[in-house]
Write a protein that binds this ligand. Structure first.
Ligand code: A2P
Length: 270
């Protein structure tokens, strides 16, 4: 069966074990990145920042990969931001989806990049690279984030300038949103850098943090466990290096069952 089967084909193949969702919108940003939106099943609940397993039927069998949900928990649609891997088992097919096609979604969301996994603080840093911005796209559109923190700093570092566009459009739309626009204008800071092209701010976030440039640029004191909280999403190496820096600043890693000062989640690819 074709990977881009109709909703009826998918329903028959998964027999209630997963949701079948119609794609409503697809936007391609670069040859490596695209966004898609789907209808949301009425019974599907999640916490902003969580991920879920997304799939297609490949050669008649469901194939799933973990995707952060990029839309906030109040949104009536679901949004995902994906990499395109030319020979990736799932993304080589997923990148061809069009509005009207359908995808599979397992029923149980999970994840640690949630407000509940952080102890109260004044400022939250959301550190992302590449598609790692997705869970934060959800969290910066959730009023709860602004209830919990006075300042929300979203950092996004990409190889190329064009890869920042999803985040730029997202922040702009968030600041103009009727529900959270006012809060976002007051509290949300978007801090971008690029590593492999000319751009006003260059360098990995870890280098910008280690040199202190991040704090000078933002006009804030260096990270302090008494007031600062962190969330990290990117490649395995990026997680490891950013986590090590936060630990040097004295922050402790938390989880759903043990909230603390920072949390980590891998940006999934495949
Ligand atoms: P760089 O261009 O120096 O590798 P990727 O697409 O490979 O996940 O990379 C996305 C962004 O994350 C790139 O700007 C990349 O920088 C950066 N990056 C890669 N590895 C790390 C790391 N260990 N720590 C911080 N940033 C990283």
């Amino acid at each position: 069966m074709n990977a881009l089967a109709t909703p009826a084909d998918l329903e028959a193949a998964v027999a209630g074990s997963a949701f079948v969702q119609e794609v409503t919108e697809v936007t391609h940003y670069t040859d490596r990145l695209f966004k898609f939106r789907t209808k949301r099943p009425a019974s599907f609940r999640f916490r902003s920042g969580e991920f879920v397993m997304i799939g297609l039927l490949i050669d008649g069998k469901p194939l799933y990969r973990a995707y952060s949900i990029a839309s906030p928990s109040w949104d009536e649609e679901l949004e995902f931001f994906s990499i395109k891997v030319p020979d990736g088992p799932l993304t080589s097919h997923l990148q061809k989806i069009q509005p009207g096609n359908a995808i599979l979604m397992k029923k149980k969301p999970t994840g640690t990049l949630v407000n509940d996994a952080l102890t109260p603080g004044k400022r939250v840093y959301m550190f992302s690279t590449g598609t790692g911005i997705a869970p934060f796209a959800s969290l910066i559109r959730d009023p709860e984030t602004y209830e919990k923190f006075d300042q929300v700093i979203l950092t996004h570092t990409c190889r190329e300038v064009a890869e920042l566009r999803y985040g730029e459009e997202l922040v702009e739309a968030t600041k103009n949103d009727p529900l959270i626009g006012e809060l976002a204008q007051e509290k949300l800071v978007h801090y971008t850098s690029v590593t492999r092209e000319d751009f006003p701010r260059q360098g990995r976030i870890t280098d910008l943090m280690a040199s202190g440039k991040l704090f000078t640029d933002l006009g804030v004191p260096p990270i302090d466990p008494a007031i600062d909280r962190g969330m990290i999403c990117g490649s395995m190496e990026m997680l490891k290096d950013t986590k090590a820096l936060l630990e040097q600043f004295g922050l402790t890693e938390g989880a759903n069952n043990k909230p603390a000062e920072f949390v980590v989640e891998r940006a999934f690819v495949g």
